[in-house]
Each structure stands twice: as structure tokens, then as C-alpha cells.
Design a protein. Structure first.
Length: 161
């Protein structure tokens, strides 16, 4: 590869649209609707919106919604929202083919969600199910097994009894 090729590749990468934190978006995502910085939803609305985005295969946007809850929410719940946001961005890395980054983020998310006190959990989030799902994905990543889109669809809340 000559210097000119590297410069062209670098310019193409730098010309890609970026998210609100300046990170390049995946190729072909120029038309992806951005989540507003000042998004203020209640916990139930946040979970419903994030679940809809996950169901539609838009883990990156679900991450942004959960990140807004993490940054704007009550201090006592930040560990929960941060764990959920890391979980969603781990799914995003799997969709993008970055298995190393996905593994790191899913490990962090499962640790953070595992350390969140279950008795303080008020929003009916399925912590044990999410942690188990993250570990299943980690096992699949470690084994080099392909992960399907269906495996990336998960429930944030517990199933109604």
C-alpha cells in the first residue's frame, strides 16, 4: 500500500458521518435518525423505547437512549443504566464485526449489572436474563461461532407472570 492509498482511505474514513461524540458511524448509516442529546424520558418510557430499537435491530440507537438515561437519570440508578448502555453497545460491536470490543463491553456490562442490587431494582429489568444472555454471547464469541441477528434480540424486561 502506498502513501497515496493510505491518504485516500483515511479521508474516506474521516468523511463518514459521525455521532454526537464524534465517533464515525458504520458505513451506510447516513440516514440513521440521531437521538437528541437532551432526551428526557421516564424509566419505563426509556425501557420501552430502547426495547423497540433493539427489536428493530438498532442496537446503536438503543445504546444512545440508555446512555441518555444514564447521564440524565438519578444518581442511584446510574449503574443500572450504564450497564444497560454497555450491553447495547456490545451488541452494536457484534453487528459491526468487532468481536474484541464486543467481548470487552459485554464483560463490563455483565459485571456492572451483576453488582447492581437486585432489591433496589424498580423497573422490572431482567438482570439475571441479561447477564445470562451476555455470557452466552461471550461464549459464542470465544468459540468463534457466528452470531445471528435473532441471537442479538433480547428482552430488557422480565416476562409478565
Amino acid at each position: 500500500m502506498i502513501a497515496r492509498d493510505r491518504d485516500t482511505a483515511g479521508r474516506a474514513r474521516n468523511d463518514r458521518p459521525r455521532d454526537r461524540l464524534g465517533r464515525p458511524l458504520p458505513p451506510g448509516s447516513a440516514g440513521v435518525a440521531r437521538i437528541p442529546d437532551d432526551l428526557e424520558l421516564g424509566p419505563q418510557q426509556t425501557l420501552t423505547f430502547a426495547q423497540q430499537l433493539l427489536d428493530d435491530g438498532l442496537a446503536f440507537n438503543a445504546h444512545e437512549v440508555l446512555e441518555a438515561a444514564w447521564k440524565n437519570g438519578p444518581v442511584a440508578e446510574r449503574m443500572l443504566w450504564q450497564g444497560l448502555a454497555q450491553y447495547a453497545v456490545g451488541l452494536t460491536h457484534i453487528q459491526r464485526g468487532n468481536t474484541k470490543g464486543a467481548g470487552t463491553l459485554l464483560r463490563r456490562a455483565s459485571e456492572r449489572l451483576g453488582s447492581y442490587p437486585a432489591n433496589a431494582q424498580q423497573h422490572d429489568v431482567d438482570l439475571t436474563g441479561l447477564i445470562a444472555h451476555a455470557r452466552e454471547l461471550l461464549d459464542a464469541l470465544d468459540a468463534g461461532a457466528p452470531i445471528t441477528e435473532e441471537q442479538l434480540r433480547t428482552r430488557l424486561r422480565r416476562a409478565p407472570a
